[in-house]
Ligand binder design. Structure first.
Ligand code: BGC
Length: 354
């Protein structure tokens, strides 16, 4: 705690009518984060703009019960393997595993037994400078076709430095693929006033993964140089939406691609929105991230702030790449019984006056 200052960091737990729990974390710098024990779904993140006006900077439903299906994975803790698994199957150590195909012939975001639709146990904790909730879930061996009893712990922490940290930990009793992420759609304009087309993104990334027309990685890693995928010096999302680049067109005119991080900069991602002055930086130890510009977002859903429309949010899905299950040159996402899965992504909110 800052000496001499009144402590304002706080944590609240509300029971909703359908039995779910809504957690609210608040810090002393004007930030609030709300999330559910169902799917670990982040429903609201409230941050001040450059004039101190506090607004919501993520997509969330107006009615909680709409999260029951949540086809667009708003705010959700996604796994066991976030992203697409080609042919809904994978082979390792001589054995082939079959999963549910829920995206054409492919398996997306953990399928029907995905972590975005399970109830997590929550344990709150608090220090002078931060508030946290540890969410835990036991995935039984064979659930959804995945091998291994997996114990997953995901900790959401809000600090007085306006950092929202997500720490992922897991252990397993059988080798199993695991690539967890959070599927929040950020929109720094505040209360969904505009789409993210004018958001300016900077990435610590020289390379991205080529997709085929079903959004499945071809196995090729492409250089960003000279393309609309070159975010090294900042670029508006709208450039990829309008570009004649075949990779943008394949993704329904926009971005839905895995970028490999160089890990040469302190921050892997910086997002700026000039009207509000809000800035979001992301630091992570993950190898890369899927950046999805909501190209396929369902229209007309009832959200806090108005109806949904295309390009209304930007997902920054820091994670391992499921392409590794079918292509050797990607870093493995198989967790071994003797290993501890440990990853962290830190989202820091500030303004251009900070
Ligand atoms: C995927 C998109 C998908 C979206 C919502 C993203 O992570 O990459 O292709 O449409 O999630 O399901």
């Amino acid at each position: 705690m800052h000496k001499g200052l009144e402590r304002k960091v706080e944590i609240k737990k509300d029971s909703l009518t359908n039995g779910w729990i809504l957690y609210t974390l608040k810090n002393d710098a004007g930030m609030t984060v709300k999330f559910l024990n169902y799917g670990g779904i982040i429903t609201e993140i409230i941050t001040p703009d450059r004039n101190g006006v506090k607004e919501n900077v993520v997509i969330g439903y107006e009615n909680y019960t709409d999260y029951e299906t949540n086809d667009n994975y708003f705010g959700a803790l996604t796994g066991p393997v976030a992203g697409r698994i080609q042919g809904a199957s994978f082979t390792f150590d001589g054995e082939t595993y079959f999963l549910t195909a829920n995206d054409g012939d492919n398996h997306l975001h953990g399928g029907p037994t995905g972590f975005h639709q399970v109830l997590w146990d929550g344990k709150t904790s608090e220090t002078d400078d931060e508030v946290a909730v540890e969410l835990s879930y036991h995935r039984p061996d064979g659930e959804g076709g995945y091998p291994g009893n997996v114990d997953v712990k995901v900790t959401y922490t809000l600090t007085n430095q306006n950092e929202f940290k997500i720490r992922y930990e897991a252990t397993t009793d059988k080798a199993t693929p695991l690539a967890l992420t959070n599927h929040t759609y950020f929109n720094l304009s505040g209360n969904l006033k505009e789409t993210v087309e004018n958001h300016i993104v900077t990435l610590d990334s020289d390379q991205f993964v080529e997709l085929d027309s079903h959004l499945i990685p071809t196995g090729k890693i492409l250089d960003v140089e000279g393309t609309t995928f070159d975010f090294r010096n900042g670029r508006k999302i709208s450039e990829g939406i309008q570009a004649p680049n075949e990779q943008n067109i394949i993704a329904d005119n926009g971005y839905d691609h895995y970028f490999l991080f160089n890990h040469e900069r302190e921050e892997q991602v910086v997002v700026k929105e000039e009207t509000s002055g809000r800035v979001l930086t992301v630091r992570t130890d993950e190898k890369g991230m899927v950046m999805y510009s909501a190209n396929m977002l369902d229209e007309g859903l009832k959200l806090l702030g108005g109806p949904s429309r295309r390009y209304l949010g930007l997902c920054l899905e820091t994670q391992g790449s499921p392409a590794s299950l079918h292509h050797e040159k990607f870093s493995s996402i198989i967790l071994q019984p003797e290993e501890n899965y440990k990853k962290e992504t830190v989202f820091t909110f500030s303004t251009d006056l900070a």
